[in-house]
Write a protein that binds this ligand. Sequence first.
Ligand code: HEM
Ligand code: HEM
Length: 207
Amino acid sequence: MAQLLLDQEKVYDPVLRSVHLWNALAILLLLIGGRLGEWLGYTPEAASLRYFHVLAGYGLVLGLVARITWGLVGPASARLSALWQPRAWWQMLRTRDLFPAPVGWGHQAPAAALYLLLYLLLLGMAVTGLALAAIDQGSGPLYLWLGHDVTLKHLFREPHIGLSHAVLFLVVAHLALLILYEIRHGVPSAQAMLSGFQYRKADREVE
Ligand code: HEM
Ligand code: HEM
């Protein structure tokens, strides 16, 4: 029986992979802690939870700064420009093929669009979160502008919670799409941010 071969290429560098892991862990903690905080309301337990939520928040802010810096100085596959693929997006919309077969190495166009949207949302979470940390806990880089000014809290709290639902949705979509991608195109994908390797179907077969 003929067997399909896979080409393998080392695509994602260790810095990008470590930043991905760091950010993914921080976001999971923030999602879980944020939900628990809402559920507990204004109790003493919730107050300590919010303190740890802000610590994880600073972790995410550091991770985002690291990702942007690496996106400016890192290798081609980590560059921010590798996420900006307007031509491929236009092609996808024209052909109405939102799940095209993989072309070349690195982020595929639909995934790149999802990641850009996720980063924009995360920047929104970071700005509103830092504002809330200054207002609620009198800490962080925005303290000088907003420190303990509770009259402004509603301006940041509602958007912070609203955006957190969108973050949860995109994280679930990210994981579901990685699995669907493997099933539809028959190449291992989810492991790429751990091992650094991507796989593509080779043009040749073995008997
Ligand atoms: C909270 C959880 C997660 C978040 C927020 C997240 C977020 C992201 C982001 C933002 C990227 C773009 C990377 C870049 O900056 O260039 C990415 C890529 C990727 N992530 Fe995740 N991720 C999460 C969990 C996971 C898990 C559990 C896996 C699988 C084990 C995974 C596998 C991947 C892979 C393989 C890519 C690259 C895919 C491609 O080639 O386009 N992620 N993720
Ligand atoms: C993925 C990122 C994030 C998610 C999903 C998230 C989620 C949430 C949620 C659901 C709440 C409401 C819970 C409550 O009532 O206590 C909340 C509150 C809060 N968040 Fe975040 N958050 C994120 C990032 C951040 C960051 C980066 C910071 C700051 C460094 C931050 C600081 C805060 C603060 C201070 C509150 C308390 C607001 C209050 O007292 O009502 N968050 N977050």
